[in-house]
Design a protein around this ligand. Sequence first.
Ligand code: AMP
Length: 309
Amino acid sequence: MSLLCVGSVALDSIETPFGKRDRILGGSATHFSIAAAFFTPINLVAVVGQDFPQEHLDFLKSLKIDLKGLEVAEGETFRWEGRYGFDLNNAETLATYLNVFADFQPKVPEAWQQPEHLFLANIHPDLQRDVLNGVSRPKFVALDTMNFWIEGALDSLKQTIELVDMIVINEAECRQLAKEASLLKAARTIQSWGPKTVVAKLGEYGALLFHGEQIFSAPGFPLEQVMDPTGAGDSFAGGMMGYLAQLDGAPQFEDLKQAVILGSVMASFNVEDFSCDRMRRLNAAEIKQRYQDFQDLAHFQPAAESLFA
Ligand code: AMP
């Protein structure tokens, strides 16, 4: 079992109705890896600048995240500045500074070049493809992306999408990418490009899984307090892939359903505090309990036949 991930490792500046934080630990690969590391060891390929604080490196190393593929390059770390209003489902990007990612050439360490599972977290689709092309074909490859790349690198993104088994994407970006108003039609369009599985994230309302012809709906977990939704999508993907990496062979629909619920569990914790702070305090017993709570939340009895008589 091995899970390789490429994506951004970032310093984020975030403003939500509940607070403001500057230069906190963020990035798609960071949130992904921290969530996935609860289930499986991660090999991380990314780049940071010389300004990246040692304490963050120490924290990541303290988890099951191998940083052999994390390059420290001359220059500044990737930075993202975002703001949320009371509708926490929609981030407003204030600024994106690619910094060291602008010239990054991902190098997958030789020992990692036969991964069983690969996650291409949100980053330039060229870099995603470089990593995919630099390894022997994994058993299962998944990808995340966002409007920034749909608007700025669509051709490259489509080339990458053709090569993956699953795409995990938020619902607005799913419609934008497929140019379809109906989420079902959008998912079907993206499936026709290559991926058998499309997961559309619906923010606080949960997620929809499209696998071949089959569809599964997962609820969002009702939370009293969402402090910072940043990284919800990445920790969702981390929970999914962390679980799938434990399985042999290509995942079946039932496996993917469980993975979506574990993704929802991990995302629901991640948003309870800024950056990765809730994940620092999280333990396996809490994860188990929330999985059970999800089961209770979505369970219902079959209707009595007499109802339709
Ligand atoms: P999420 O909230 O899960 O969609 O992802 C949030 C994380 O993605 C933040 O921690 C950012 O650092 C990172 N991010 C934002 N924009 C980009 C981008 N254009 N490319 C890669 N990562 C990004």
